[in-house]
Every structure is written in C-alpha cells, then in structure tokens.
Design a binder for this molecule. Structure first.
Ligand SMILES: Cc1ncc(COP(=O)(O)O)c(C=O)c1O
Length: 389
C-alpha cells in the first residue's frame, strides 16, 4: 500500500513555512568531518560498558513512561554546574535546541519579539518562526563582540520578550564579557538567554554567565552535553535559571519529552564527567594552535573560546569549501561573507585540514591582514608560496 500523491505546495502549510527548507549542514561520509562542532573523541570502552549496563537495566522498565520531571538527571546536572544550584533551578530537554524552543514557547509568541546579534547561531530565527515570535537581529561589532550601547538601544526601542546571547558565539567563537551581559540584563524587560553550548572550551580566565544567576532573576543560562561531553548523539541540553523560569518551561514541554534512555545515558555520562571532559584541554590546545597556524600563514582567524575557529577571508569561500571537500575534509560554509568555520578535531584531523588547505590553490598567503586571502592564485611564484602554507 502506498500513500496518495500530493506535493508540499498543495498542502495547507502555514504561509510563513512556504519555500522553507529543513535546517542542517550536509551529513557527508568523508574521512575528516569538521563541520558541526562535534567532539571528535568517542566514549572510552569503560564508558560504553557503563552506558550499555545502565540501558539494559532501564530497558526492563520501558513499558512505563519516563520520569517526566527528570528529577534525578536534573539533580546530577545541578551538581555538575556547581554546589549552589539545585534540581529546581535546572531543566533538561532533547538538546539545547529543544530548550530554546521551549523558552520561546513560554516567553515568545504572537505580538512578541526575540532579539539577537548577527552573526550568530542560525537556528534562533527558526525557533522564533516556529513559535510565531517576531525576529529582530542587531549587529555585532567587527571583532564579533556585542556593543552594549547598541544592544540597550534596540532593547529600549523594541522591548523584546527574549534576548539570545550566544557566548561563546557560534560561528565566531566569541565569548561576551560579563559586564555586557549585565548591561543587557539591566535593560531587558524580558528573559535574557545566554547560550553557553561551548562553555567548557572557554580560554582560562573567561567567566561563565552562571555567576550572574544570583543577581538577575530573568537570566537563563543554557548548556548542552553535545560538545564538551561528546554526547551529541545522546541529545541532552539543559538550562539553569530561577525556579519560576523552570516552572514556566514545564507548562509548555510535551509530556514525557525526555525519554528514559536519554535520561539514563546522560546520567552515566555525568558520572564519567572527569574522563569525558579530560579531552577538552587537548581540544582547546588544538584550537589555539589552529588559530596561530591560520594567522601564521597570513589568514584571519577570529579569537575563539569554543571548539571551532572562524577563518578567512576568501573571495569565493564556496570554492575553498569545495576544494577542501574534494580532499576529504568537510568544514562549514557559514558566518559572514568570505569566512569559513572549521571544528576542532583530533591532531590527525587537524593535520589533514592544514595540508588540504595548503593545497587549495585559491588560498593566498601574500599581503597584509586586511587584504588577505582573497585572490585566486595562479602564477608560479604564488604556488611556491602556497607550498609554504
Ligand atoms: C550556539 C549553539 N547553541 C545550541 C546548539 C544546539 O546544540 P544541541 O541541541 O545539540 O544541544 C548549538 C549546536 O551546534 C550551538 O552551536
């Protein structure tokens, strides 16, 4: 039996969804995958064994719905974040993507506005669209930081119900100073979400917005286990905020949204936090080395507090992206015009990235920083220079 024939255009799709395509980077099976900011290190045999054992036990209870409040998991997450937080100040969902959607379901909606600052995470406008929330985009400065005066002015003019601040930001890697976040919290009439998906990769001395929670009742800090915890496949994101914020989100969550298996797997991962996070220092060192190498060969690379680096600039970034892909290295074509983003992989993967980039004839190492990397290199002398990349 097959289904009746109908096209998307013939369906009563919401008007604002017409012509839209599903979000997502290409999932290509290539040797070096550095495009979605995953952690390159899979779990150790010991962690795999513990997950398998816990899943086996949980499987016996799968006839029952999960704990819809995920209390045990939220206690573990609170303990991971710090001694002063408790389960009623933490909420968990299927990735921080679902957390954001829940926040907009509770605090956005028709006649309300969500604000962020470009360039930033490209999913925010989609959450706004899906919750019928108006979307407003300010601009980051040239160094990708947020100008508090610009932010406060936009907030004053538009009174957004929700402000999204990714820190460290995707795709630029930029962490925001706490005084900028505090200025925005002071001005904002609604919720301020600091999306700390990459928090564990911050350079030393860069603070987390968690420290601001006691002072700002409408501040929400979101985190994920997809990155530092190497649990992207487990789909576990969470937030820390005042209990009232958690209560608001609980109103809009689907019943039993977080499966028994998700809860169990995340708890095992948290129990192995030391081991799983041990690789974070390696990745941070690899990231710093990548920034230094890119700058050393005459390209621009944004300062990064995350597990990826935005670099460029290129006249034809798509061509560079394609040339790298042709050499088995998949990175991300995202961010402002001319820039590309590479996620930090293993030392071997980063060596493959560097040697592929060296071969890419479009990359020039000549010229001062402002004029860098734009032109196609065809002459013999430039090819020699390329060899030195
Ligand atoms: C800034 C930012 N926030 C949130 C997410 C969502 O992560 P997840 O849904 O896997 O927790 C990502 C994923 O790349 C991200 O870059």
């Amino acid at each position: 039996m097959s289904t009746a024939k109908i096209t998307l255009d013939e369906l009563p799709l919401r008007d604002e969804l017409r012509g839209e395509v599903p979000y997502g980077a290409p999932q290509l099976d290539v040797p070096v995958q550095l495009n979605v900011n995953e952690n390159p290190y899979g779990p150790s045999a010991a962690v795999v064994a513990d997950i398998a054992a816990a899943v086996t036990v949980a499987a016996r209870t799968l006839n029952r719905y999960p704990d819809r409040d995920a209390i045990a998991l939220r206690s573990d997450l609170a303990a991971y974040l710090g001694p002063d937080l408790s389960a009623d100040e933490v909420w968990a969902a299927n990735g921080s993507n679902e957390i954001m959607l829940q926040l907009l379901s509770a605090f956005g909606g028709p006649g309300r506005t969500a604000l962020s600052f470009a360039p930033t995470y490209s999913m925010y406008p989609e959450y706004a669209r899906d919750t019928h929330t108006d979307w407003l985009l300010g601009q980051r400065r040239e160094d990708f930081t947020v100008d508090p005066e610009h932010a406060v002015a936009l907030i004053g003019e538009h009174a957004p119900s929700v402000v999204f601040l990714a820190s460290p930001n995707n795709p630029t890697g930029t962490a925001l100073p706490l005084d900028v976040i505090e200025a925005i919290c002071a001005a904002a009439p609604g919720i301020v979400v600091v999306d700390e998906a990459y928090a564990e990769f911050r350079r030393s001395g860069v603070p987390s917005a968690l420290t601001l929670l006691p002072r700002h009742p409408r501040l929400v800090v979101t985190r994920t286990m997809s990155k530092a915890f190497a649990l992207a496949g487990g789909r576990l994101g969470y937030l820390a905020a005042a209990p009232a914020v958690v209560d608001a989100v609980r109103i809009v969550r689907l019943p039993y949204h977080l499966s028994t298996m998700s809860q169990v797997v995340a708890r095992v991962a948290l129990a192995h936090a030391d081991e799983l996070l041990a690789r974070v220092d390696e990745l941070r060192a690899e990231r710093d080395a990548t920034v230094a190498w890119l700058r050393g060969v005459g390209l621009q690379a944004a300062d990064s507090d995350s597990n990826f680096v935005l670099f460029g600039t290129f006249d034809d970034r798509h061509a560079v992206w394609q040339d790298l892909l042709d050499r088995g290295v998949l990175i991300r074509e995202t961010g402002p015009d001319g820039w590309l983003r590479v996620s930090i992989g293993t030392a071997e993967e980063m060596a493959a990235f560097r040697s592929a980039l060296k071969e890419v004839q479009r990359v020039s190492i000549a010229g001062p920083p402002a004029a860098r990397g734009a032109e196609r290199v065809d002459d013999e002398r430039s090819r020699e220079e390329q060899g030195a990349l």
